[in-house]
Design a protein around this ligand. Structure first.
Ligand code: ATP
Ligand code: MG
Length: 219
């Protein structure tokens, strides 16, 4: 167990637990992310849903400047209202597992790491519909589709319906969440232009963004 993962030692070791892994760049995290994590946890009766911060989002780096991983992790913790920086908040937890190693991390390796570290846990990889439609481009997709359970949620602007844009063979469940048309791309533009992001992003995230001076236009 790493220092920042919820302490499971007090629980019965034989207890079967179900945990969602909701990966993202979270640059910045927003209400859309939080609603997905919480709704999936609740609708699927998961014990927890972890927001897994991507270290180097390899499909994004190169196309734009991605904020430092440690900063994005701090933003996710702030979003969860977790100033103590440990443990879970209401069943949601910020995971730094992908920040332990340099370079890009791949879901198939993250799953293997967590499976080795936590016994008796059933893992569910949570993705929005836009990410789901690109699953076949993920690293070692053929292997991943055999070993991972996916939960796909609707996202405004992305084609709904099972299997849209995906090859056969993925293990998928769908959870319908209240649609929130919020994206980090739009929020970065709003921050840069000095437009309001209130009620789209938790206040604690707005405060931390201001404090760190990120997303300001490059002068
Ligand atoms: P960006 O615009 O920078 O790509 P984003 O808002 O898409 O940011 P990501 O960190 O790329 O956020 O997304 C992480 C995960 O969250 C993906 O699976 C994505 O589909 C999902 N997601 C993000 N925003 C929403 C939303 N508003 N509704 C449903 N799913 C979402
Ligand atoms: Mg995205």
């Amino acid at each position: 167990m790493t220092p920042h993962e919820p302490d499971q030692t007090v629980r019965d070791k034989s207890m079967h637990r179900r945990i969602g892994l909701f990966g993202g760049t979270f640059d910045p995290p927003h209400l859309g992310h939080l609603v997905v994590a919480d709704q999936v946890r609740s609708e699927m009766g998961l014990d927890e849903c972890w927001l897994v911060v991507a270290n180097d989002p390899w499909q994004k780096s190169g196309t734009r400047n991605v904020t430092q991983a440690a900063t994005r992790l701090a933003l996710v913790r702030a979003a969860l209202g977790d100033p103590a920086l440990d443990g879970s908040v209401g069943g949601l937890h910020a995971s730094d597992v992908e920040l332990e190693e340099d370079g890009p991390s791949y879901t198939i390796d993250t799953l293997a790491t967590l499976q080795a570290r936590h016994e008796n846990v059933e893992w569910f990889v949570v993705v929005g519909q836009d990410a789901a439609s690109r699953l076949d481009t993920w690293d070692r997709a053929d292997e991943l589709k055999k070993v991972a359970n996916f939960v796909v949620v609707n996202r405004p602007g992305s084609p709904a319906g099972s299997g849209a844009g995906m090859s056969d063979g993925w293990h998928i469940e769908h959870v319908v969440v209240p649609p929130l048309d919020i994206s980090s791309t739009d929020l970065r533009a709003r921050f840069a232009a000095g437009r309001s992001v209130r009620f789209l992003v938790p206040d604690a995230v707005i405060d931390l963004v201001d404090e760190l001076g990120i997303y300001r236009p490059q002068s």
